[in-house]
Design a protein around this ligand. Sequence first.
Ligand SMILES: C[S@@+](CC[C@H](N)C(=O)[O-])C[C@H]1O[C@@H](n2cnc3c(N)ncnc32)[C@H](O)[C@@H]1O
Length: 202
Amino acid sequence: MNAKKKWNRMARFYDIWSAPMEMMGAKKWRLMLFSEIPEGNILEIGVGTGINTEYYPNENREYTAIDISPKMLEKAKARAEKNDKTVDLIEMNVESMQFPSKSFDAVAATCVFCSVPDPVQGLREARRVLKKDGMALFIEHMRPGGRVLGKIFDIMNHATSRLIGFNINRRTAENIRKAGFEIIEERYLFRDIFRFIKAKPV
Ligand SMILES: C[S@@+](CC[C@H](N)C(=O)[O-])C[C@H]1O[C@@H](n2cnc3c(N)ncnc32)[C@H](O)[C@@H]1O
């Protein structure tokens, strides 16, 4: 099943499915990311049902958000309106974005690059659309570094990637570097699995 179809199907259940994670700390992490978002033109990648819109600071910022799934975007539109946030929501694949290069002062993504089919290509695109002095902010889960736990994640990934479409063993910090970013800050949020990463184009 392609990514668009899969996420369209998931749209109805996503908020229920992600509720435990929100209660366990994700709300706090989202707030932290958006409290550090620079001013200017901001792009959110993989906006999903728009959970982050609640945390968008209003002042001196213009928001654009993309997602591959129109059903997710419908939910995001309703949520942005409820949160009284203005955001230009666009159906677009992060692997081949239609924005001119160097369009944004910041790009943000939360829990997205575990599911993008070619994450390095998506991250290269994030770098391309970012201004030279721009900032990329990510909250992503990734393969833990420990040998045993890493192997367990590799084994479990066969099930998660097939059943729910997430890869739990992506090396996203490495992928961010591979895509041409320099990581300037990396905070471990839950062990080394959930991380807050700030990066700038090399
Ligand atoms: C796990 S959800 C995260 C949603 C939201 N960022 C959050 O934190 O709740 C992943 C999102 O990425 C989107 N996505 C997956 N592949 C994508 C792609 N290639 N281009 C754009 N969006 C994509 C999915 O449609 C989905 O909304």
